[in-house]
Design a protein around this ligand. Structure first.
Ligand code: SAH
Length: 374
């Protein structure tokens, strides 16, 4: 079987181009067709000579994710289920505008972020190794890492379903490079642990960001980790200004290990040291995600312990009421209790957000992706 041209990084395309004695710009042209314009056939690469197109077609195919189905939630969220070339199944989520409520302790201002956002949530692995007690993906176990282009292709595929602003509508089936992307943000918060598939994650993020790729601003790309210290340290060296989110979920080792077995391998002290190195080196704010589980991590003592743990770190705490899924024995706190937790926490940390549970009815919310759900 011929290899998939989309699996080649820009650097690999450049060496392929050099091997064929093509000028360097030919590789850039091909990359632009594949990732900025998202074409699926060689014939569409109209600024390449017919000979070059034919040669590529002889050697390669252009792969795409096979869409198995989409499911829509009344809140506008859409879950995409994709089949990979080897038959494995992954899910991605499109989350439209209107989002989290943020309260800043310095200004006391309550704002509703995200009114102009369209976010795609991507998966980085088929299944997951980490076995977090509150996460549906964990029940799948681990199948395999995604290749970088399988991660970036999720954004490409989802993008093709989102209408572009009408003033840019064109008769051409491929989107005009001048049209602004209908996707504003990408979060690596789907199935899997990005930092256990580090190289593919970073390569995908770079293509999602690249101007001749998907063109999404680096500051609008967030990678969320359960806390792999080596990954966080390596991330410091990445030139692009991608954002970091850490799934904290508890502020003492006993509670955290109970919810997230990975904490036994990398306890809080180790994870927080890496996060502090990150904020010191990058001068950037980190988002701490905190899934609220009733009676487990939403006690009064958790508020104070959490504030103490985060002291001095430029950050935002994103509270996520637990999304239930089939067989989940943990319970979400009541709205009232979520609100009370947020209210007690907000004067003690720089900012607190309560994440609205988008897509929960179609099992597209945080921690609900398993690719099997009906
Ligand atoms: N492995 C990465 C990314 C996937 S999880 C990580 O741990 O960050 C993405 C986010 O969803 C995490 O913050 C996680 O804590 C949250 N999450 C997982 N299961 C959830 C559930 N059932 N309800 C609400 N949030 C959940």
């Amino acid at each position: 079987m011929k290899p998939d041209l989309r699996s080649l990084t820009l650097v690999e395309l450049q060496s392929e181009s050099a091997a064929l004695s093509w000028p360097r710009y030919a590789a850039d042209q091909v990359f632009t067709w594949l990732w900025q314009k998202g074409v699926d056939d060689f014939g569409a690469m109209t600024n390449l000579s017919k000979e070059r197109r034919a040669l590529l077609a002889e050697r390669y195919t252009i792969g795409r994710l096979e869409l198995l189905r989409t499911q829509n939630d009344d809140d506008g969220t859409t879950k995409f289920t994709f089949k990979l070339a080897d038959g494995n199944i992954i899910e991605s989520v499109l989350i439209p505008s209107g989002g989290d409520i943020t309260r800043s302790s310095s200004t006391g201002i309550v704002s509703q972020a995200g009114s102009d956002r369209t976010t795609v949530c991507v998966s980085t692995q088929v299944g997951c190794r980490l076995g977090c007690g509150f996460c549906y993906t964990a029940t799948l176990g681990f199948k395999r890492d995604l290749a970088w282009h399988e991660i970036a292709s999720q954004v490409l595929s989802v993008r093709s379903f989102v209408p572009r602003p009408s003033s840019f509508a064109s008769s051409s089936p491929s989107p005009s490079p001048l049209a602004p992307s209908p996707i504003s943000n990408v979060v690596f918060m789907g199935m899997g642990e990005p930092f256990l598939n580090y190289d593919a994650t970073i390569e995908a993020a770079k293509t999602i960001n690249a101007e001749n790729g998907l063109g999404i601003g680096a500051r609008r790309i967030t990678i969320s980790t359960a806390g792999i210290p080596d990954g966080i340290r390596a991330f410091i060296q990445v030139e692009q200004q991608f954002r970091l989110a850490l799934s904290l979920n508890a502020s003492d080792d006993e509670t955290r290990s109970r919810l997230m077995p990975v904490n036994k391998l990398h306890p809080l002290k180790e994870v927080m040291a890496a996060v502090r190195e990150y904020t010191a080196a990058k001068g950037k704010r980190v988002t701490f995600e905190y899934v609220l589980v009733d009676g487990v991590n939403n006690r009064d003592k958790d508020v104070h312990q959490l504030a103490a743990l985060l002291k001095g770190i430029p950050c935002k705490v994103n509270l996520i009421p637990l999304n239930p899924y089939p067989g989940c024995e943990l319970k979400a706190p009541s709205d009232q209790s979520v609100h009370a937790f947020a209210k007690k926490l907000w004067p003690l940390v720089p900012a607190v957000t309560v994440r609205r549970s988008k897509g929960a009815r179609i099992l597209a919310g945080c921690g609900q992706l398993a690719g099997l759900s009906e």
